[in-house]
Design a protein around this ligand. Sequence first.
Ligand code: NAD
Length: 499
Amino acid sequence: MQLAHNGVTGSDVTLPSGDVVIPRGAMIGGEWLATSGPDREICDPANGDMLATVSDADGRTVDLAVVAARSAFPAWAARSVASRSALLEDAANAIAANAAALAEIETLDTGKSLNQSVSDVRIAERYFRYYAHAAEHFFGDNVPSSEGMLVVTQREPYGVVAHITPWNAPISQLARGVAPSIAVGNTVVVKPSEHAPLSSLQLGEILREVLPAGVFNVIPGDGVTAGAALAAHPQIDHLTFTGSVTTGIAVAKAAAGNVVATNLELGGKSAAIVFADADLAAAVKSATGALIRNSGQSCSALTRFIVHRDIIEEFSDRLVASVEALTVGAGIDDPDVGPLISERQRQRVFGLVEEATSQGAQVLTGGPTAPDTPALSKGWFATPTVLGGVTAEMTIASTEVFGPVQSILVFDDEKDAVEIANSTEYGLAAAVFTSDITVATRVAQALEAGQVQINGFIGAGAEIPFGGVKHSGHGREKGFEALHGYTQVKTIVTHYSKR
Ligand code: NAD
């Protein structure tokens, strides 16, 4: 333990790019404050070794953070857009300057491969840079109305925006919500997941030097204490929650108690429909990519491949070959697939694979096992798995697995394919692979999802709106949609008489 700042101790974390001290408290009002605990040990999912100790926030710390954000709000909102924009640029530069350390912390904390973390940190930087510029082009309207009336709308920040984030992509999801929030004049309180809080805390230290005190506050803590206190806090004005459906419903209810607006980014079971005329290489790449990205722990991952009967054998063979070529290892060694976040998550994944086989699915490769590699025995690794013969009725076809498992389903005609794709409670993302533009367009219209991609799939892109329908949530992140989401419209009607 080392002294980090303001009398708050921190954990000395050894990284390939050099050691860092990750503070043990909460960053509130530009200062590190000691939290009253309990202490939480944060472990490396690749080997179970302890990385750092953080002290969880309780309700009192949450309250201090919200008060700090509230008192910083008027001055931050009153700044010129150019001045806020310049500070967001500075934040992007500070992330870029610390990119190597942030990526290594993210990998050690979440288990994901280093090149994925490098990309996540780049995306985080990009969010701040994109919204620095986008906010300057975001404004209200002049509404044509009656003679003698000038009607204008202006976009106003909400005030204090709370962000509760999950563990699978902590730094990029934090930046995804925080950058547009503060770009339009809100101040924020972030509560990262207790399973992977380190990059968010380190970002607190980095942005403490850049943003005015109180604009960005970050508090470690679990869901039932810190998360619940934040969601129910009467002084927040907006809540963005990214996480599971069950928790999303709970936080939305808590926020509704104070008539606080919510943006819910919840789970997914994204489907891809592969027609017989598809570019199979592109489809197989996307199906494999879903197991690589965050070791399959991605909300938008395409985890149901609904494939035309004429090509199902060829698709399955090619996917199995592609998945069997994946390397599995500690994220810091930059394999294709790293460990899962916890033993609990791994057992959940194994359980879902076992249930699928008991319901009639076939394991085409992998299975509910750890890789047979002694060097990986201490970590929470799962063998990348492909299941064939999955049907829409099986549990695995409608349940989010959050692990490196791909399911293959078969279809005969377009109508059936769309029906299968739309048959879950989720509606986050979807894809269609075909060389027929008419089919692609028709299917994209019919799919119940907040985002549909044709003939490929990417997870990133600050400018590409993203969010769910059905139980995947409501509200949109990214692009200009997020700027709309983090502001409210005020209409001003001026009555004037003509000379
Ligand atoms: P989770 O719901 O368990 O936790 C998410 C966050 O909520 C954590 O910070 C947790 O501490 C907090 N929390 C838990 N209980 C709470 C409560 N009662 N009140 C307030 N906060 C509480 O989810 P997770 O396991 O961390 O993440 C996995 C889930 O997140 C998956 O379902 C995944 O699909 C979803 N997810 C969605 C997106 C998206 O953008 N749509 C992105 C990533 C993950």
